[in-house]
Design a binder for this molecule. Structure first.
Ligand code: GUN
Length: 400
């Protein structure tokens, strides 16, 4: 296909315009050029416009060809967005599901991730991982890599080569981590900033942005516009238990300096929450710890949030922080059931994540199914709790 060619996809188009609002076109055409949508046409809409007429009209606007791919009655949907997955963990997907989070990290995850010190191994594994997500329809993934910068840069290159939009997080961890898979604080912070710079420098837009940051001038918008680089680096403290206050503070500073996305884990598991409380008795709340160090803002996405109470949710909402709901992983690691409806009713931004390999599948369709199951479980719990309360109230009234 040439640059000026217009690729036309024809079929049943389904697209979510906003939460709760679905656009469905039984027979429609999407005209694209150079990867961008030119227009979407309802071919059944009166006055009836035939596909041939549309093609003829568009042909006048380009020196290229109009290429039509007709999928008949099949659905055409936008690419899936996976807001939380661990690229290195793909290598043990679907295994090691016998332990809860903290023991699972120690027994399976950290030993697996340590192997990514070997850049050649990492590149091979990352190719498989990214291909698996793409094959399942995820055109965007927000990845956690490992603490190893060369391997994380290799992941960015793999995504670029394979054409997947991605946030790439070089993981930061400088405490409570095994020997051989832990960073020294100063070096870890330096690596985190150098990683951000290295990934930004890989795109024309990112390099221009870096230049303006360095010159202290007006920086061009890096995110949320047409010029957003395909690949962006993300500040990625693994979670509070593995990051010292010093490291979190420095990561917050780097995030603010470059305005890049941030991601971490929050309130996933009861033992983890208790551990955070014992590590930070001076701060009353898990999310507050991130907030204290400048890691909770409108570019942050926190994964899990199973045990986020009202106060925590209010703080996230006030800061514009998003949530990645990872239902499959929450079931597999017996973490708990996150009640997504509560978050949505309170106006928080919620997205879905596969959380491979806490979750056993790269498929966002699977993530959606598991989300539905989690929501059904939550609604049953709510119904039964209401009934129990009513019964109790009745019993109290009778005893008066
Ligand atoms: N918390 C800290 N690290 C991890 C991880 O790799 N996966 C999950 N699910 N939770 C975590």
């Amino acid at each position: 296909m040439g640059d000026r060619d217009i690729l036309t996809l024809v079929g049943a188009i389904v697209h979510s315009l906003e939460l709760g609002k679905l656009m469905m076109i039984e027979r429609g055409a999407i005209f694209t050029q150079d990867g961008l949508i030119l227009r979407i046409v309802d071919l059944n809409e009166p006055p009836l416009t035939t596909l041939e007429e549309q093609v003829q009209e568009l042909q006048k606007t380009t020196t290229g060809k109009v290429i039509v791919q007709d999928f008949g009655e099949n659905l055409i949907v936008p690419g899936f967005i996976d807001t939380h997955c661990n690229a290195p963990q793909y290598v043990f997907t679907g295994t090691g599901m016998d332990l809860p989070l903290l023991q699972w990290l120690e027994k399976y995850t950290f030993p697996c991730e340590s192997r990514f010190k070997d850049e050649e191994f990492a590149r091979k594994a990352y190719k498989r991982s990214v291909k698996a997500h793409l094959a399942n329809g995820s055109t965007f993934c927000s990845y956690f890599a490992t603490i190893h910068s060369p391997a994380a840069i290799a992941l960015a290159e793999v995504c670029q080569e394979l054409g997947q939009r991605a946030y790439i997080g070089k993981v930061s961890m400088d405490r409570n981590s095994p020997e051989g898979y832990i960073e020294e604080t100063g070096k870890g912070c330096e690596d985190a900033e150098q990683f951000v710079r290295a990934v930004l420098a890989k795109s024309v837009e990112g390099a221009a942005f870096l230049k303006s940051v360095d010159e202290g001038g007006e920086s061009p918008a890096l995110m949320n516009n047409k010029e957003t680089p395909l690949i962006l680096p993300a500040i990625t403290p693994r979670f509070v238990p593995t990051c010292t206050a010093e490291m979190m503070r420095e990561l917050g500073r780097i995030g603010a300096k470059y305005g890049v996305p941030m991601q971490s884990h929050l309130s996933e598991n009861k033992d983890e929450c208790a551990w955070v409380a014992s590590l930070h008795p001076e701060i009353s709340g898990y999310a507050k710890v991130y907030n204290e160090y400048g890691l909770l803002n409108d570019k942050t996405c926190m994964a899990h949030c199973v045990y986020s109470d009202l106060e925590e949710r209010k703080l996230m909402k006030a800061n514009g922080c998003g949530v990645s709901h990872c239902a499959s992983s929450n079931f597999s690691l017996c973490s708990g059931v996150m009640d997504i409806r509560v978050f949505l009713n309170e106006g928080l931004k919620v997205s879905l994540g596969t959380d491979v390999a806490g979750g056993y599948s790269c498929s966002m369709l699977d993530a959606m199914r598991q989300t539905l199951t989690a929501s059904i479980v939550s609604s049953i719990r709510r119904r039964d709790a209401n009934a129990e309360n009513k019964e109790k109230e009745g019993a109290e009234e009778n005893s008066l």
